[in-house]
Design a protein around this ligand. Structure first.
Ligand code: NAD
Length: 219
């Protein structure tokens, strides 16, 4: 598969190139800092699928280009407002779009566990979430933290930005006389890259629509 990779010179982009090439794919890099191409419009026709790890402003600027090119789009970029997210959803009327705030298989397993807790049982617990990331991460709380609390429909998130932390999510469920703590620690960016490349392999040939990693794991 030929993957047009937006943000190819970034932390995630470099890792995606490594993983994708190991799995036998070709990368066509796009990066404003001087990739093989600097603009998506010059590269989009050369690939089978577009994968994006950039910044929210860049992702939003890709929308008309993607709509015109008709190629499937996978994005891991985070930090969108609800309204911006809506414009990505609208794009999925014309092309297949898969967005995920966290491509790690472990975090996705955790999402599954959290979404299976019955509301009545969860109502007996207070929910707190502490997330830590490297100091260059632009958005806070992380997209993953928002999604976790969204699945539980309650709780508050706190953020730490420090050094080279790849990403930790520490969930506390406080009941009367008992506490549950669930911790996910990302030790390497490879876990996100692998999930994203698997999503690209999955989305090729799908009809226009809004997809999540749940669809990828299920079929
Ligand atoms: P980064 O700053 O290291 O890399 C971003 C790259 O995008 C840079 O090289 C930059 O030059 C490039 N870029 C900016 N505007 C562009 C444009 N218009 N066209 C092409 N390239 C452009 O950031 P990062 O750590 O690689 O993270 C990128 C995004 O991915 C962030 O939003 C981050 O939160 C998110 N992220 C998601 C996951 C996940 O699993 N979904 C995991 C890690 C990071």
């Amino acid at each position: 598969m030929r993957i047009v990779l937006c943000g190819s010179l970034g932390r995630m982009g470099r890792m995606v190139r490594e993983v994708a090439e190991e799995r036998g794919h070709e990368i066509i890099g796009v990066d404003v800092r001087g990739g093989e191409y600097e603009k998506l419009e010059d590269a989009v026709d050369k690939g089978d699928v577009v994968l994006d790890f950039t910044v929210r402003e860049a992702t939003l600027s890709f929308i008309p280009v993607l709509e015109h090119a008709g190629k499937p789009f996978v994005s891991g970029t985070t930090g969108f407002s609800d309204r911006e997210m809506e414009s990505l959803r609208k794009l999925s009327q014309s092309i297949p779009v898969l967005w995920a705030p966290n491509f790690s298989p472990g975090v996705n397993l955790l999402f599954r566990l959290l979404s299976s807790i019955p509301e009545k049982l969860l109502s007996l617990f207070d929910v707190w979430l502490l997330e830590a990331h490297h100091e260059k991460k632009k958005d806070a709380p992380s997209g993953t933290a928002k999604l976790m609390l969204g699945l539980l429909k309650k709780g508050e998130a706190f953020s730490i930005r420090s050094k080279d932390e790849v990403g930790t999510h520490h969930l506390f469920l406080y009941g009367e006389g008992e506490t549950i703590e669930i911790i996910h620690r990302a030790r390497s960016r490879r876990i996100f890259a692998l999930g994203a490349v698997i999503a690209c392999e999955w989305i090729e040939g799908k009809p226009p629509g809004w997809y999540t990693l749940e669809d990828v794991w299920r079929t």
